[in-house]
Design a binder for this molecule. Structure first.
Ligand code: ACO
Length: 311
């Protein structure tokens, strides 16, 4: 009966074992996972846009090959994640429709423009760095298919982060104009990167329950702090300044103190009113419509094969 099933579910989570697709789970647990995994998948797919714009304009064949591979990885991550959402009974067409109609979210970070080639480096270093910080703990998430998808995603994200840092390292040792481009990109991406971790804990409606279910293993503020601590020494090595006058090492806490991100801006960007929201969604919509014939052909092909095996 349901009481027994619920007890088994709670025991599984408490013992740090994984919940698998065929196991009984509370409806709210399922809904929370679909929400988070779908958003995550949408972020990977929309996230191809800011950097994808630079593939044709990369300054060398080497940079073009690296960037191309990286953007393709993001598509792959989106596909694993849609696959993980499908194990919960979600329908991929339905998730896509919800994204295009603005009923499901994607990460705020991808609503900012990638203005120069230095932005490609900074997206790798800071944005993928923040993504790793958030996603490494998700490898231990209580839902099996999500946790396992995260293992591969995180390995690829580490490569993305390294390529961004290496690009910036090269530019920082180039001309004065290149160094200025790097600093300008860092100035523009620093605060939005901190916002990726979500609202502060006191204003995060989902955190408490998601942490109790061990979907999330750390709170938004804990991960934000971890990211700042990890990034400051990397910025020093690179010779760039992080644009926060309040940033300093706090000996007593054993962490860096830092300023408060503009959470009103985060709310606006999540609400659809960021610098590139309209452009990102319009482009995703056009790509979906342009791809309709491929989906139709795939369905027709599958139906014909199924008929043939019926005979
Ligand atoms: N961008 C867009 N929406 C956000 C963001 C953000 N940076 N941060 C929080 N939100 C949304 C939440 O999704 C939630 O809305 P919802 O209830 O409609 O889903 C609302 O703001 C309140 O936030 P929380 O209660 O803190 O939500 P949650 O517990 O889900 O935590 C977080 C948000 C940390 C983003 C979590 O969902 C998560 O870890 N997701 C997986 C990682 C991910 O999606 N990364 C995508 C970007 S990285 C990349 O793709 C390279």
């Amino acid at each position: 009966d349901e009481r027994e099933l619920r007890a088994h579910f709670e025991e599984t989570v408490a013992a740090d074992r994984r919940v698998e697709p065929r196991d009984w789970m509370p409806e709210a647990y399922r809904a929370t996972l679909v929400r988070q995994i779908a958003q995550h998948a949408h972020s990977e797919i929309i996230g191809m846009q800011p950097e994808g714009d630079w593939i044709t304009r990369a300054p060398s064949l080497r940079r073009k090959a690296i960037l191309w591979a990286k953007v393709q990885d993001e598509a792959g991550h989106g596909l694993y994640l849609y696959g993980a959402a499908e194990t919960l009974g979600a329908d991929r067409d339905d998730l896509t429709r919800r994204l295009l109609e603005g009923r499901q979210k994607y990460s705020s970070i991808f609503n900012y423009p990638a203005a120069t080639f230095a932005d490609v480096g900074v997206i790798g270093w800071l944005v993928d760095g923040a993504a790793i910080c958030n996603q490494v703990p998700l490898c231990r998430s209580s839902y099996g298919p999500y946790a396992r998808a995260m293992v591969r995603v995180c390995k690829e994200e580490s490569f993305h982060q390294r390529q961004g840092y290496e690009l910036l390292w090269t530019m920082a040792r180039g001309t004065a104009a290149q160094r200025e481009m790097v600093q300008d990109a860092v100035d523009r991406w620093w605060w939005p990167s901190l916002m990726m971790f979500g609202p502060p804990d006191a204003a995060s409606p989902n955190s408490r329950r998601s942490m109790a279910w061990r979907i999330k293993r750390h709170s938004n503020d804990e991960l934000r702090q971890r990211f700042v601590d990890m990034t400051v020494p990397q910025a020093d090595r690179l010779g760039v300044t992080l644009p926060d006058p309040e940033l300093r090492w706090n000996e007593e806490r054993g962490h860096h103190d830092f300023g408060t991100p503009d959470f009103a801006e985060l709310a606006r960007v999540i609400g659809g009113d960021g610098p590139c929201n309209a452009e990102r969604v319009a482009r995703r919509t056009a790509a979906h419509e342009d791809g309709a014939w491929v989906r139709e052909a795939a369905v027709a092909h599958a139906q014909r094969r199924a008929r043939r095996t019926d005979d």
